[in-house]
Design a protein around this ligand. Structure first.
Ligand SMILES: Nc1nc2c(ncn2[C@@H]2O[C@H](COP(=O)(O)OP(=O)(O)O)[C@@H](O)[C@H]2O)c(=O)[nH]1
Ligand SMILES: [Mg+2]
Length: 314
């Protein structure tokens, strides 16, 4: 399956709802763009969780261009897609590699957001690029967390560094980077325990991990990636704010996009958070990670609708 189809499949729930709603909107052949059309369109966008502000902007654009006219679905969709792409635009945000090995990547987020799974996905990507990866199991609170990461490491062919149960996460992170230096690994990824953005002491613990890594290698961590769970919707915005204040995140991975019909949340995040979305998670396996490209993302969202229109099914 190609990259585009993988994203599309991952977004299936959102695509399906959006597709149904768009067809309803254009049920009447040659629909007149009046207030009730624009209201219906607004409701449809809000349902995807893109946020009221983004929905308003898109509808305003459609109003400016088409109000009072009888329109074809295709023309309106082109306008909507162009607007969405501009709302989500971001500078290219590939992984920032260190000049000298290892590239240190710290991963953080709330409980269950998909940190460990995303680390497995990133590891799989790096390993298939021929890179040597060391994982640091700095989620020392739960034995199960260490076990989960160990299983992935074995499966994917990465080294893993663990600490005693309950030991200082910063010291485990330090040991992992030391190991990466020792064996000349390309990448060291540090897993951390989940925490709420409002838990001050735990956020300080995260800061400490960052500090320790930075002492060990002056420009580390090279990436601090915040994992957001797409199914929790707009709360992600608040998480991004607090985590970025504490540990200067460099980018976001939006996990579980496949589990929600509200894939529009990416739009809300791009609009309200000053961090690039680097990857999206679209499933539970190590291969279910896709680079986030706003253009591809929007094309995937509307692909079904356009296909059925071509076939004259609308
Ligand atoms: N459907 C789906 N499930 C995911 C994705 N990422 C993680 N999960 C699941 O979410 C649950 C929590 O993930 P985990 O990585 O353990 O979260 P952590 O607590 O942040 O480390 C697990 O059941 C994962 O399989 C994803 O992109 N799609
Ligand atoms: Mg975990």
């Amino acid at each position: 399956m190609g990259f585009f189809d993988r994203i599309k499949q991952g977004l299936a729930k959102t695509v399906q709802i959006l597709n149904t709603d768009i067809r309803d909107l254009f049920k009447q052949k040659g629909r007149l763009v009046d207030d009730s059309f624009l209201d219906e369109m607004f409701e449809m966008f809000v349902k995807t969780d893109m946020g009221v502000a983004a929905a308003k902007e898109i509808v305003a654009e459609v109003r400016t261009q088409y109000r009072g006219r009888v329109v074809e679905m295709h023309d309106v969709l082109e306008t909507v897609k162009t607007k969405l792409k501009s709302l989500m635009a971001q500078p290219a945000a590939p992984i920032r590699y260190a000049e000298k090995n290892p590239t240190v990547i710290m991963v953080c987020g709330v409980n269950g957001s998909g940190k460990t799974t995303t680390i497995a996905k990133l590891t799989s990507m790096f390993v298939s690029d021929g890179k040597k990866v060391v994982l640091g199991a700095a989620d020392t609170f739960r034995a199960a967390a260490v076990e989960q990461l160990t299983i992935w490491a074995e499966r994917l062919g990465a080294e893993i560094v663990i600490g005693a149960s309950g030991s200082d996460p910063a010291s485990v992170a330090h040991k992992a980077v030391a190991k990466a230096l020792e064996i000349n690994a390309d990448i060291c990824i540090v897993d951390t325990a989940g925490r709420l953005q409002t838990q001050k002491n735990l956020m300080q613990e995260l800061e400490k991990i960052r500090r320790v890594l930075n002492k060990q290698i002056p420009d580390a961590p090279h990436e601090v990636i915040l994992i957001l769970d797409a199914t929790t919707g707009q709360n992600g915005i608040s998480q991004a704010k607090y985590f970025t204040e504490a540990v200067q995140c460099s980018g976001i991975v939006l996990a579980k996009l496949d589990g929600t019909a509200k894939g529009g949340v990416v739009i809300a995040i791009r609009k309200q958070v000053q961090l690039p979305v680097k990857f999206i998670g679209v499933g539970e396996s190590a291969a279910d990670l896709a680079l986030f490209d706003p253009n591809e993302f929007v094309d995937a969202l509307f692909d079904e609708t356009e296909k059925s229109e071509e076939k004259g099914e609308s």
